[in-house]
Design a protein around this ligand. Structure first.
Ligand code: GRF
Length: 192
């Protein structure tokens, strides 16, 4: 018998990955996106969640770090796996301990370079271009208590082209993310 794996996605911003992942698993026999969570009440991901018909919840810093609210919500929705997709806060130890090996993140560069605190969004791409790198890419990794330091599950590469600015490089990286993140999640979720 197939047991349904229920995913919660945490996102702080636009949520194009969240949408892509949700669509990928629509109608899937054993995996579904059941909940979208955001720390940002103005995040476009909440609009996407509404359009997709996926329940969403917003939380603030205090409830995230100083209460069991999130764990309670995750339990309420029977969540077994957590996907970070453009989520900017460190995950508290209570959630890490409740979901060992069951939280993944995507970073828009080839870790271990261009990761860590403050390395998010356009800043990553600006740093890659400024350093004169000839390639960049994506890193999908397990999440631990430090920014971008968990074990890497999968990487894919793309060129940095002459004349690239952060926006153009971000577009190329997003295509890689859409292509690989849902599939890698599917593999990891199926792997335990
Ligand atoms: C992605 O590039 C992801 O790698 C990074 O944040 C961005 C989120 O984009 N962690 P979106 O909100 O999914 O459009």
């Amino acid at each position: 018998m197939n047991v349904m794996a229920n995913i919660a996605i945490l996102a702080s911003g636009s949520g194009s990955n969240a949408q892509r992942i949700s669509e990928y698993f629509t109608g899937h026999p054993s995996v579904r996106v059941k909940l979208i969570l955001s720390n940002n009440p103005g995040a476009y991901v909440l609009t996407r969640a509404h359009s997709l018909g996926i329940p969403s919840e917003v939380f603030n810093r205090d409830s995230f770090y100083n209460s069991d609210d999130i764990l309670r919500i995750l339990k309420q929705y029977d969540i077994s796996f957590i996907v970070l997709a453009g989520f900017l806060w460190l995950i508290p130890s209570s959630i890490l301990e409740a979901y060992p090996g069951r939280i993944v993140n995507i970073h828009p560069a080839l870790l271990p370079k261009y990761g860590g605190k403050g390395m998010y969004g356009q800043k990553v791409h600006e740093a890659v271009i400024k350093a004169g790198e000839l390639e960049s890419g994506i890193s999908i990794h397990y999440v631990n208590a430090h920014y971008d330091e968990g074990d890497i599950i999968f990487q894919a590469r793309c060129p940095v082209l002459p004349g690239d600015n952060a926006e153009r490089l971000a577009g190329r990286i997003h295509e890689l993310e859409y292509e690989h993140y849902p599939r890698v999640i599917e593999e990891v979720v199926g792997g335990w």
